[in-house]
Design a protein around this ligand. Sequence first.
Ligand code: SF4
Length: 288
Amino acid sequence: MTEIVVAKPTGLCFGVRRAIQRLEDALSTQGVVYALGMPIHNPQEVDRLSRKGALVVEAPSDIPHRSKVFIRAHGISPDVYAELEAKQCEIIDGTCPFVKKAQDHARSLSGEGYHIVIVGDNEHPEVKAIRGCVREEGVSVVGGADEARSIGKYRRIGVISQTTQKEECLAGVAAALVASVDELRVFNTICKATVERQQGIRELARNVDGVIVIGGRNSANTGKLFDIVRSKKTDVMWIEHAEELDGRWLAGKQRIGIAAGASTPDWLIDQLKTALATSQGVKGDGRL
Ligand code: SF4
């Protein structure tokens, strides 16, 4: 009999849960709500919310005047906010308070004349929103220490992080910059939910034969969980939903760990647990 062990903590974080609750409340009382960008980095949950009336659009120009607009946990930049206000939209703000804190640090450091270094993914909506809070020419986005070494010379640098970064990565960037500047200020804006989930999966990876990471393929924090297990040389499979389970991967494993990204809803985790509980007869001959 295979034993299933669930990482602690796992699944939806405070910020995403709060944002989705706000969207659902608005949908239940106010009819159509435009969501600016995917409301959550999980395609199955986006489908569920769309069926309830959420209309996902990519840009403020896609939103009619005086509409109701939901802002996801990643936040938006001040110029996008201003555009929505100019259209007299009613804003349902799901921006996570921890993301707002990172934006505030970036804004104040920039105001004090620091060159801002954001440790994160340049294309991620959270990073784009933070960048929008500072002068365009006064910010660099780096993925790690190597990129940090090549940003050029600045006398004063302020470092902040995308909230879902790995702590080692932020520490590596700070170490790479410290010798080349007069003044370095570092704000650890990695949120506690991220740190706890990363610690939880490290612990899990040590104690199981393989880990199933469940979450959207477009979810940065889910990807980090996957990378952590792989770096521990533990067998790992990344799926978006239970139907992607592969019996061949499960075969022969006595203890299997489950971990979910901070944007994976409870119902997808429950479906996975049920699928695993009913899969005991599978001997490795294909999908469940
Ligand atoms: S991962 Fe952290 S910062 Fe991002 S939404 Fe969740 S609680 Fe907020």
